[in-house]
Design a protein around this ligand. Sequence first.
Ligand code: CAA
Length: 259
Amino acid sequence: MNYEMLILEKKDRMAILKLNRPNALNALNSQILLELDKAIDNIKEDDSVDVLIVTGEGKAFVAGADISQMKDLNAEEGRKFGILGQRVFRKIETLEKPSIAAINGFALGGGCELAMSCDLRIASERAKFGQPEVGLGITPGFSGTQRLPRLVGVAKAKELIFTGKIIKAEEAQSIGLVNKVVDKESLLDEAISMAQSIIKNGQLAVRYSKMAIDRGMQGDIDTGIEVEANLFGLCFATKDQKEGMTAFVEKREANFETK
Ligand code: CAA
């Protein structure tokens, strides 16, 4: 598949998806969003991929939704553009396979929202985060009002969204927005190493765990507990569970079927 604004590379059971519109700091216009949509479908269907890594080309991860494209939209067009971004990011969030955002630079507005739709976030020490939309006279529009409070708490999310202030990677880590901050040079290696630590495990168990966590955190705890019980039970019908536990008893490395 050919992409104009993305680079999709697959190796060692990972897909590395790079936003590649560096002259506009990878700003999200409709085209790049539609390309992202197609790329996620492709990754979803590809059995050779267990983990997705999302990163950006140049000095930005993503500097937001494309302001030039949004400038003259009317209310209905604005709503539709928002729904497009929301839909694509929800597709990333609900991908069965775990995703890691490797945040190489600015992650502002839609860029912070893209990072938040991934399961894990590793940031370069140079990365900067923020939801500066109110400074443009709009709200966050690709689900930032929903994911930021879930990640950092309501009070911190309101502070960031109401003031539009930009924070550095260390602060983003201290409030729980990113998992880890690393040197600019080692960012991709760190993301790959985290992906490898996931890939060595039973992939069905990883995917079921993701599903149980998300169902619980995005719904009520009783539903989450029930989902966990069902998925925990399902694990015992898999070869991975037999192999994982037999390997433990036999004091050897597990060789999982889904690898
Ligand atoms: N949309 C469109 N173009 C953008 C852009 C954006 N979000 N961000 C940067 N660009 C473009 C600039 O216009 C510039 O293009 P030209 O070279 O053609 O002039 C190019 O990218 C380089 O940007 P700068 O010259 O501004 O780079 P800088 O290093 O001086 O500043 C920056 C970097 C602080 C990130 C600055 O570009 C900036 O403030 N960008 C906008 C950030 C922003 O407000 N993001 C939120 C967008 S709204 C949104 O995302 C809504 C939503 O929730 C869905």
